[in-house]
Design a binder for this molecule. Structure first.
Ligand SMILES: [Mn+2]
Length: 328
């Protein structure tokens, strides 16, 4: 890697590759949406064009509201233009299962998840697993290139940074806090606080109540099964919430949809990395990954009833990880 700062490297990359598609991971969350938006505006500022697209719905009302209020031009996959696409993956990895492939060339990735980079001599990689959010990386690009960041971009990035780090409490580093202070100065603070303080809806309460009723705790591991529910974003929010219980250090929330089981996992235990446990639980039946502190996965229900499948494979594997403090 050359000695230039990542922001300068990105600027040089855009001078060679002026028209790009920014693809978020499927079912994009606020961090993915905000970082794609921040990058699209930066590409425009640098004289290029960038279209944002994704696969999978955006289910949270507050996230849809943020997209419309901040006028973020994000398109569902079906609207993505033709085969000449040069696609840069944002808040995910080219190789990941949660990045549904579009026609075109994959030219790079900007991400904060751990794991190997996709080897390709020409591709652009800015991968910083120690960062709490991709929004932090994109915020640094704006700051380090000394470009005038629009208020809507600073606001979106500050929201993305906050949601991925659980309000600066999870997987956060000094770099995240420093760029947050900078973004905060340029953001619409009132709207930022409004979005962060209104991410739950009344309709969610029934799911919270079911999650609490179905909660099983062994040692410091908690698990809950929400039954049929096609809403990975709410599953993650519920998982975050249950982890705040003092008695729970590792939390798994599962739900079923279309013959699949969705998993959301959180860990605040230094001995138990969420990504490692999700990989262990889904071995041979699905896939998963993420960070030490937050991870997700999915499995295909192969045999028996869904209840039986979850109990036999997922629940038992999950609780058996209590013994394995080798996960690090
Ligand atoms: Mn992220």
């Amino acid at each position: 890697m050359s000695g230039e700062v990542p922001a300068a490297r990105f600027r040089n990359f855009i001078t060679r590759q002026r028209d790009i598609i920014l693809q978020t991971h499927d079912y994009p969350d606020p961090d993915a949406i905000a970082s794609a938006y921040g990058l699209s505006m930066l590409v425009a500022e640098l004289g290029g064009t960038a279209v944002i697209c994704h696969t999978g719905s955006i289910t949270r009302a507050i996230t849809q509201e943020m997209i419309s209020v901040l006028q973020i031009p994000i398109l569902p996959a079906v609207l993505a233009p033709g085969r000449e696409n040069a696609i840069l993956v944002v808040d995910g990895r080219i190789k990941n299962d949660n990045v549904t492939k579009f026609p075109g060339r994959y030219i790079g990735e900007i991400d904060h998840h751990p794991g190997e980079i996709t080897p390709d001599g020409d591709a652009y990689h800015d991968v910083r697993p120690h960062y709490g959010s991709t929004s932090s990386i994109v915020g640094e690009y704006w700051r380090d290139l000394a470009l005038p960041i629009p208020q809507s971009v600073a606001t979106a990035l500050a929201i993305g940074l906050n949601t991925d780090t659980q309000r600066l409490l999870r997987g956060v580093t000094a770099e995240d806090i420093e760029i947050y202070a900078w973004l905060f100065r340029h953001a619409d603070r009132e709207y930022l606080q409004y979005v962060l303080n209104n991410n739950i809806e009344r309709a969610d309460f029934a799911w919270f109540s079911k999650a609490i009723a179905n909660l099983e705790v062994r040692d410091r591991f908690g698990m809950t099964d929400l039954g049929e529910m096609d809403n990975p974003a709410l599953l993650a929010i519920i998982c975050d919430f249950l982890l705040t219980a003092r008695e729970i250090n590792v939390m798994l929330a599962v739900a079923r949809t279309g013959g699949r089981v969705l998993l959301s996992m959180r860990s605040e235990s230094s001995q138990h990395a969420a990504d490692r446990i999700v990989q262990y639980v889904t071995t041979g039946i699905g896939s998963g990954g993420g960070h030490r502190s937050m991870a997700a996965g999915s499995c295909q229900i192969s045999d028996g009833s869904p209840e039986d499948f979850i109990k036999r494979l997922i629940t038992e594997r999950f609780f058996s990880a209590i013994q394995h403090s080798s996960y690090s």
